[in-house]
Every structure is written in structure tokens, then in C-alpha cells.
Design a protein around this ligand. Structure first.
Ligand SMILES: NC(=O)c1ccc[n+]([C@@H]2O[C@H](COP(=O)([O-])OP(=O)(O)OC[C@H]3O[C@@H](n4cnc5c(N)ncnc54)[C@H](OP(=O)(O)O)[C@@H]3O)[C@@H](O)[C@H]2O)c1
Length: 258
């Protein structure tokens, strides 16, 4: 099914940010296996050596620090001048610093918003100036179910992901012809989540996450949230009145601290 959907696409060229690890790595692998040309971005080239060996003709890598906009701007100009037929952009790179009121630092807030949010504006601005966007283009933004509502130990990450949900919704309205996708994963086993000390409910592998995304990205619909039924439970939390919502989150937070 997923192969058929992806086979219908003419220019099978994708750009994936954060391709060196976790979900981005697994997505790159799935696209490469399905005969796409993958332009992967990240800071650490060493983590993706395997792709250079296995896919010498279809994998391209650009070293980029999405916390350094001046440099990133130049690199996007270089990429978009060279690859004029990119069909899909998966804006996946992100950082997770689990801080709360007591221990947060402004510098971490700055990095979180630079990498998770502002770098996406930079890419979108570049896409706007290099591409005539049509119905054949896909722009997917990886947010998180953590962006739905305020969560414990999420004074930085949650708000950054909330901004992305709002941004994807606004883009969907502004660009009705373009396939804009909002991707909201639950817990996925990656280096980012390996720092969590609590038991992550409904944890899935990065490979599984990538498989779900790949199977749905070219289908109708705006949001891809998973895994089921965690996504439904979390979505339900969105409609709870504040009093009840805070009661539940306080209980979860106290339990995790024990
Ligand atoms: N894992 C989860 O449970 C989960 C759940 C919901 C949403 N998400 C979201 O999914 C996306 C991928 O997360 P992941 O769990 O796969 O994390 P990960 O394994 O830590 O991968 C993060 C990727 O982002 C890149 N990156 C980080 N900082 C960067 C920077 N300054 N410049 C350029 N690239 C940078 C990293 O590349 P380098 O290290 O090579 O720079 C890496 O490829 C993130 O947006 C995350 O918020 C994850």
C-alpha cells in the first residue's frame, strides 16, 4: 500500500532534517529503501555512515547546525539551488530538554526555540523563495502530542511543539493546495527519550514510527498522530476542563517523582 502511494509520485526527492538519529534516521532509511533520493541534514555525519555505503547514488548529506541561522541560511541556498525538484520536506530535527520552573535556564529555552521552531521558519522562507509550491509538494512538520497542552517538566519542549501545531494549522489554511502534514508522535524510543527516567507509556521503536509516517504521509488528512490508543487518550486530555486537567497532571507528576 505505502509503496503504491509513494510510487505515484513523480519526483521522488525528499529533504529530511535531523536525519542522523532516531525518527529522522528511520525515515531516511525507509525512503531510501523505496528508491527515493534522500537529502539528509544534521550535525554529525558519523552517525549516518551506513547510508553513504549502502546508498552511494541516492543519499546526500549536508552538515548543518539549525541553531546557527546565518550558516544554515547559506546551506539551504546551496541545497535548493542544486535540488530543484524536491517533492517532500520533512522538518523533523528537534531537541528535548526536560526542564521545569525550578531548573530551567534561558539559554536552553533559546536553543529549544531556535532548533525546534525558528529553524522551521527559516526553512519555510527558503522553500517559499526557491519553489513554486503546488499540490505535488508535501511539507511535514514533526511536532509532538506534548504540544497539545502544558505538561510536567515541559516548560521548554511543550511550548515549542505547541507553536509547531499552530504553525502547521496556519500553513494548511494559507496553502490549501499543498500537502501540509502535522505529525504528532507519542513516545518513541530514540536517543532523545533515552534520558527519561519514568516509564514511557505506549513506547514504540523509531522504525515503527517511521513506518506509520511513511504509510500515511501521502494519504488524505492533515494530522498523523500515533501510537493508537495513546494518541486518543492524549487528545481526550485536550478537551478536559482546566480544573480536571490540572488534577490529573498533578497526580501523574507526583507519581513520577516518587
Ligand atoms: N522520540 C520521541 O518520543 C518523540 C515524540 C514526539 C516528537 N518527537 C520529535 O521527533 C523529532 C525527532 O526526534 P528524535 O526522538 O528522533 O530525536 P533524536 O534521535 O535526538 O534526533 C534528533 C535529530 O535532530 C538533529 N538535531 C538536533 N539538534 C540539531 C541542530 N542544532 N542542528 C541540526 N540538527 C539538529 C539531530 O542531529 P545531530 O545530532 O546530528 O545534529 C538528530 O538527527 C523531534 O522534533 C522530536 O521533538 C520525538
Amino acid at each position: 500500500m505505502q509503496e503504491t502511494l509513494s510510487n505515484n509520485i513523480q519526483n521522488k526527492i525528499i529533504l529530511i532534517t535531523g536525519a542522523t538519529s532516531g525518527i529522522g534516521y528511520a525515515l531516511s532509511e525507509i525512503y531510501l529503501k523505496n528508491n527515493w533520493i534522500v537529502i539528509g541534514l544534521g550535525r554529525d555525519k558519523n552517525k549516518i555512515r551506513k547510508f553513504f555505503i549502502d546508498y552511494p547514488d541516492s543519499f546526500y548529506f549536508y552538515q548543518i547546525d539549525l541553531n546557527n541561522f546565518q550558516n544554515a541560511n547559506k546551506i539551504f541556498e546551496e541545497i535548493f539551488s542544486k535540488f530543484k525538484n524536491i517533492n517532500t520536506f520533512i522538518l523533523n530535527a528537534g531537541i528535548y530538554i526536560p526542564e521545569n520552573f525550578q531548573n530551567f535556564k534561558f539559554i536552553n529555552a533559546q536553543e529549544t526555540f531556535n532548533v525546534n521552531v525558528l529553524s522551521i521558519y527559516l526553512i519555510i522562507e527558503k522553500i517559499k523563495s526557491f519553489f513554486e509550491l503546488t499540490h505535488s509538494h508535501t511539507i511535514a512538520i514533526i511536532s509532538s502530542v506534548a504540544g497539545y497542552r502544558g505538561l510536567p517538566r515541559s516548560i521548554l519542549y511543550g511550548p515549542s511543539k505547541s507553536a509547531l501545531i499552530n504553525l502547521a494549522e496556519a500553513l494548511k489554511i494559507d496553502l490549501p493546495k499543498v500537502n501540509i502534514k502535522l505529525i504528532n508522535p507519542g513516545f518513541v524510543e530514540t536517543p532523545a527519550t533515552s534520558i527519561n527516567k519514568f516509564k514511557m507509556p505506549f513506547l514504540i521503536s523509531a522504525k515503527k514510527a517511521a513506518k506509520i509516517i511513511f504509510s500515511k504521509i501521502y494519504q488524505n488528512g492533515f494530522e498523523i498522530s500515533f501510537p493508537f490508543p495513546f494518541n486518543i487518550l492524549i487528545k481526550f486530555g485536550r478537551i478536559l476542563p482546566y480544573r480536571l486537567y490540572f488534577k490529573i497532571t498533578k497526580r501523574i507528576s507526583n507519581k513520577d517523582e516518587k
